[in-house]
Structure formats: structure tokens, C-alpha cells
Design a protein around this ligand. Structure first.
Ligand SMILES: C[S@@+](CC[C@H](N)C(=O)[O-])C[C@H]1O[C@@H](n2cnc3c(N)ncnc32)[C@H](O)[C@@H]1O
Length: 242
């Protein structure tokens, strides 16, 4: 792939702080960003939820403090706008607690939010005196309403997606992991083979894994060394399929 990615190479992931590393990506070099940033909630307290055996869940997930969340979000979303090509798109996952920060930062950066997708999954966190949360928000945003990729692979593509989380019974895992099917759907609609897909907050590496499967190029960052290695291992086991 001949695209200039500065110090980075396509089809590789890097361990480090996305806020520092995004700086070095040349402007306009990315076609699609799909990312699930930290949500400013305490995941250590929630490791045992979702019917998981705690010892299988990798430690060390890097969270952002609630007071720092707006600034953190502004930094990476401004950079996301810069690194995306003129026809690029962004899908950002958000829990409801910090959604307002994400929405404001998207607008302020110059993005046009086209859809507010609800991802409904099959289980949530146990609650005694409030409703159980069983959805995430996915904000689909673009730079230019006259030029962006939207492959209409479904006749009536709706903005509520019911997709089950994956159980990785007895396997090592990270505390948050997107279902492969969910990321496949995004890539099918908003990218083409050969495009470059970027995820600044990799976690277990679902976005590059699906990109490789679907013959898209990828780039990604993860700050926690154990998660980075976990993602690298998954990538080594993934072959192009479609
Ligand atoms: C919600 S998880 C991503 C999960 C991922 N989509 C998956 O399917 O596994 C967010 C990830 O961002 C990482 N992270 C937090 N701050 C970061 C930073 N400044 N730079 C890079 N990664 C960061 C966390 O360690 C965590 O693994």
C-alpha cells in the first residue's frame, strides 16, 4: 500500500497513547475510523458482570476520569477529523453517561452526524433500583455530505441494531469487546476493499481483525501492553476471507 502514514505502516498496530501518536498521522490519510473509546466508568468494578469468570478477564484496562473526559474526547475527535480524508467517515461508540461530550465534540470539530445508531445487546449490568442498560450509542459522522461511502447493502437499513455480544467461554478476554458481526456491518456499509480503517483505542483488536478479514487496510493504537499483545495474537490468527 503506497499511502503515506508518516512513521506508521499500514496493516500494523502500535502500542502507546493514541493522543500522542495520532499527531504523527498525515492529514487526510484515513478512509474510515471505527472506535470504541474508554467511557469514563469503573470497569474494574464490573469485571465480574456479564456472567464472566474474573480470572479469564485481562487486567489493566485504561480508563479516563470523568472530570477529564470532555478534554480527552475533544483531543482525539479533533485529530480524527484531521486524519480522515475528505470523503471519510467516523463511527464512535458511546455509553449514555458521557454521550453529551461526544456529541458536542463531533459538532465542534466540524463533523456532520448522519445517524445516531442504537446497538441493543442481549444483556446488561444487574441493577436493583433502575433499568438495566442493554444498549450503546453509535454515532455515525462524516466530513462532507456530498462525498462519502455508503454502500446500501440492505434495502431498509435501520438505526437500531440488535446484535448479540459474543461469549468466549473459558478463554482469555478483555473486559469490553465488540462483536465481530457489528464491526463487519459497519465496514460493509462504509468502506470498500483496499480502504484504510483506523481505530485509536483497539482493546482486543476487533476492528483490525475484521478489516483484515474483509481485505481493508488497517492501523490502530492501544495503550495497555497486555491488550496490545492480545490484539496482535488475534491478528496473527486472522486471514482475509471475503
Ligand atoms: C472500550 S475499549 C475498546 C474495545 C475494543 N473495541 C474491542 O473490541 O476489544 C477501549 C480501549 O482503549 C484503551 N485506551 C484508553 N486510553 C487510551 C489511549 N490514550 N490511547 C490508546 N488506547 C487507550 C483502553 O485500554 C481499552 O483497551
Amino acid at each position: 500500500m503506497s499511502r503515506d502514514l508518516g512513521p506508521f505502516e499500514a496493516d500494523r498496530i502500535y502500542q502507546g497513547d493514541a493522543l500522542e501518536m495520532m499527531d504523527a498521522i498525515p492529514s487526510g490519510s484515513v478512509d474510515l475510523i471505527v472506535t470504541d473509546p474508554p467511557f469514563a466508568i469503573d470497569f474494574r468494578a464490573q469485571r465480574m458482570n456479564y456472567n464472566r469468570t474474573g480470572r479469564h478477564v485481562l487486567d489493566g484496562y485504561r480508563e479516563v476520569l470523568p472530570d477529564d473526559y470532555a478534554e480527552f474526547t475533544r483531543c482525539w475527535i479533533d485529530e480524527a477529523f484531521r486524519v480522515l480524508s475528505g470523503s471519510g467517515s467516523l463511527y464512535v461508540f458511546s455509553g449514555w453517561n458521557c454521550l453529551k461530550d461526544v456529541l458536542c465534540c463531533l459538532d465542534d470539530a466540524g463533523f456532520i452526524t448522519l445517524n445516531h445508531i442504537i446497538w441493543k445487546y442481549q444483556f446488561g449490568v444487574f441493577t436493583r433500583k433502575k433499568f438495566v442498560t442493554s444498549h450503546y450509542h453509535i454515532l455515525y459522522a462524516i466530513k462532507n455530505p456530498r462525498r462519502y461511502t455508503f454502500n446500501k447493502v440492505e434495502h431498509y437499513p435501520e438505526d437500531v441494531w440488535v446484535i448479540n455480544r459474543e461469549y468466549w467461554k473459558g478463554k482469555r478476554k478483555t473486559p469490553t469487546k465488540l462483536p465481530l458481526e457489528l464491526v463487519r456491518k459497519i465496514l460493509r456499509f462504509s468502506s470498500n476493499p483496499g480502504d484504510l480503517v483506523f481505530d485509536p483505542f483497539l482493546g482486543s483488536g476487533t476492528v483490525p481483525v475484521v478489516s483484515r478479514e474483509m481485505r481493508r487496510h488497517f492501523l490502530g493504537f492501544e495503550i495497555v501492553p497486555e491488550y496490545f499483545e492480545f490484539a496482535e495474537q488475534r491478528l496473527r490468527e486472522t486471514l482475509p476471507r471475503e
